[in-house]
Design a protein around this ligand. Structure first.
Ligand code: S3P
Length: 199
């Protein structure tokens, strides 16, 4: 079981000095946290922060696919096509879900595959968290990132929005918790995820 120190909400601490009394140790009753959401939802940034807080390992599904295949995600899409990428993604997910004390950031399309959804559902002690934001905010965040041109799914924004609309319902369905991130900083989002999992 992981123990994490949670900051109490600001409303309960307004006139209290920042001391040990404002941080509460909380036990999380899961072995892994899986972050899902569309591109730009902050899965990797928030995931790394959560892992640091928990003293767990952070894993990124796209990075694992690239490490195993030796090509970038964009390279795999361009040379072998999306269906092949999805096969590599499913295989990498099955392996990584065997590990404990991890925070895993999924690629935005991973939950679209039924097999991946079943695997997530059937892996015990696994908390799936959806990081939600409106499409426009997500695209905006992605385009500001240095690797914007490397995201094959963003090449056609109309098609990307269609994918977003379909996936939004899937993310909501597979996640035990949904966190609306639009008005939250990275730290606030990570704290909210931990609060939800501790509650
Ligand atoms: C994809 C999202 C990407 C990556 C690939 C396909 C998608 O991951 O897996 O480019 O279908 O939405 P991120 O969500 O981490 O950008």
């Amino acid at each position: 079981m992981a123990t994490v120190m949670l900051d109490m909400p600001a409303t309960e601490t307004t006139d209290m000095p920042k001391s040990s009394s404002t941080r509460t140790p909380v036990a999380l009753d899961v072995d892994r946290i899986v972050l899902t959401g569309f591109m730009g939802s902050g899965k990797s940034t928030i995931g790394a922060l959560l892992a640091e807080r928990l003293g767990w390992r952070f894993l990124d599904l796209d990075n694992e696919i690239e490490r195993r295949d030796g090509r970038t995600v964009a390279g795999i899409f361009a040379e072998s096509g999306e269906p092949h990428f999805r096969k590599l993604e499913a295989a990498a997910l099955a392996t990584l879900l065997g590990r404990r004390r991890i925070v895993l950031a999924l690629g935005g399309g991973a939950p679209e595959e039924l097999g991946n959804r079943l695997l997530l559902e059937q892996t015990p002690r696994t908390a799936v968290v959806y990081l939600a934001a409106p499409f426009e905010a997500l695209v905006d965040r992605c385009l500001k990132q240095p690797d914007a041109a490397e995201r094959p799914v963003l090449a056609d924004l109309t098609a990307a929005e269609r994918r977003f609309k379909t996936r939004r319902r899937i993310y909501e369905r597979i996640a035990g918790h949904s966190v609306e991130t639009t008005n939250l900083s990275v730290e606030q989002t990570a704290a909210t995820v931990l609060e939800r999992l501790a509650g």
